[in-house]
Design a protein around this ligand. Structure first.
Ligand SMILES: NC(=O)c1ccc[n+]([C@@H]2O[C@H](COP(=O)([O-])OP(=O)(O)OC[C@H]3O[C@@H](n4cnc5c(N)ncnc54)[C@H](O)[C@@H]3O)[C@@H](O)[C@H]2O)c1
Length: 362
């Protein structure tokens, strides 16, 4: 698959059994930046490279910062070649964000090859060119647009993903398939149990449809000035959950809860049918780690997180809602009271399903 970009077109290559590694080992003047867990789990890959070409980083939000990006730049300056050198990174969204940023600022852009190793990165973040760093107390405050040159997707990496990280990626897969219309929606409703139980052959098809769906938005609005904003469906509310949980709820799971909240707001406004709302609720429950996620639906902190947003965006809240024809609408008039009802209903949904015992004051 080729992604068109005003900066440089780039290619996604779907691979198996780490077939891409031999090509990478032929590249001269490279720094391999790799997630610590991935490094430890896949010695058969990293044994193929010289030790001094490798930089290992722990994939935690505290490392997604300017210091780490500068460390990468420092290591790169030791290579004999300058603008023609390569950063090759292996990891999920954290490693992607920090290596993409470094690749962009060093010599105003060096070659960058990305190998996404989480489902979230394979299905969503690897395309779209966004790089982000956390700064001060703010997540993703610093950022640029800079795509990799090549992305190698190999689903063999997914076998070692924790349940939480697998479900997080599946949250994004569900979101794309809900957004993309009736046909894909009905399909994922049928397939969700097989996806949850890690049918990787089936999953591969969904990763491709998700990337294809996102591709249309990023190619028409690469710099997120208009149409691409619609991809924020479920994200405004998801970000509040991430922030309330101090990022212990992973991104894709927060997005899936955000989708439930958005759909309840739409249903209460009369634009989304009960049938779709219910089915989306069921899908989201399947990809939610019930131990951690629903407890962050407690009203007060969530509304406080949203109110912080509100200070920045005016009197009412902005968000993306979906209607019964699966059309997305950017709105800027969401009342706090609508969110209160939606949060209550989302929480009750988990309680009714018997999968959430803990009732926070509703
Ligand atoms: N740039 C973008 O467009 C974009 C989009 C969405 C999210 N993000 C960012 O992505 C980050 C989240 O990324 P993520 O969910 O992909 O994961 P991550 O990078 O946070 O990693 C999650 C965990 O999975 C582990 N891991 C990675 N690959 C593994 C494997 N194959 N086997 C076992 N464990 C593995 C990591 O070590 C880590 O413990 C957030 O910082 C978010 O802001 C960026």
């Amino acid at each position: 698959m080729i992604i068109r970009s005003s900066m440089k077109d780039y290619e996604i290559k779907m691979c198996e059994e780490f077939s891409f590694v031999s090509k990478l080992s032929e590249i001269k003047n490279k720094l391999i930046v790799v997630d610590l867990n991935v490094y430890n789990l896949y010695p058969q890959i990293f044994d193929k490279f010289d030790l001094e070409e490798i930089m290992v980083m722990e994939a935690v939000e505290d490392n997604k910062n300017i210091e780490m990006a500068l460390k990468i730049c420092e290591r790169m300056t030791a290579l004999p070649s300058k603008r023609n050198s390569y950063i090759i990174s292996f990891g999920g969204g954290i490693v992607q964000d920090v290596t993409g940023f470094a690749a962009n600022i060093l010599y105003r852009g060096v070659n960058w090859i990305f190998i996404p190793t989480t489902l979230l990165a394979q299905t969503d973040s690897c395309i779209g060119s966004k790089t982000s760093l956390n700064y001060l107390q703010y997540k993703n405050l610093l950022g640029t647009f800079y795509p990799p040159d090549i992305i190698y997707i190999d689903d063999d990496f997914l076998e070692t993903l924790s349940e939480t990280d697998y479900l997080s990626g599946l949250g994004e897969v569900v979101k794309f398939n809900v957004m993309s219309g009736r046909k894909n929606f009905d399909m994922i409703v049928n397939d969700i149990n097989r996806l949850v139980s890690r049918d990787y052959v089936l999953l591969k098809k969904y990763v491709e449809t998700s990337l294809n769906y996102k591709k249309k938005f990023i190619e028409t609005d690469e710099f997120d000035k208009g149409e691409r904003n619609l991809l924020n469906f479920a994200h405004t509310f998801g970000h509040a959950i991430e922030s309330v949980s101090n990022y212990s709820v992973p991104h894709g799971q927060a997005v899936s809860l955000g989708m439930m909240i958005a759909n309840i707001v739409s249903n209460n406004r009369g634009i989304l049918s009960d049938e779709i709302k219910e089915k989306v609720g069921n899908l989201c429950c399947k990809v939610t780690n019930v131990e951690i996620a629903p407890k962050y639906l407690a009203l007060e902190p969530f509304i406080m997180a949203m109110k912080n947003d509100k200070k920045r965006s005016g009197e009412k809240l902005a968000g993306v809602l979906m209607d019964s024809d699966f059309m997305l609408h950017k709105v800027q008039d969401i009342e706090i009271s609508e969110l209160e009802s939606a949060l209550n209903e989302t929480y009750k949904y988990f309680v009714q399903k018997g999968i959430c015992e803990r009732i926070v004051s509703l």
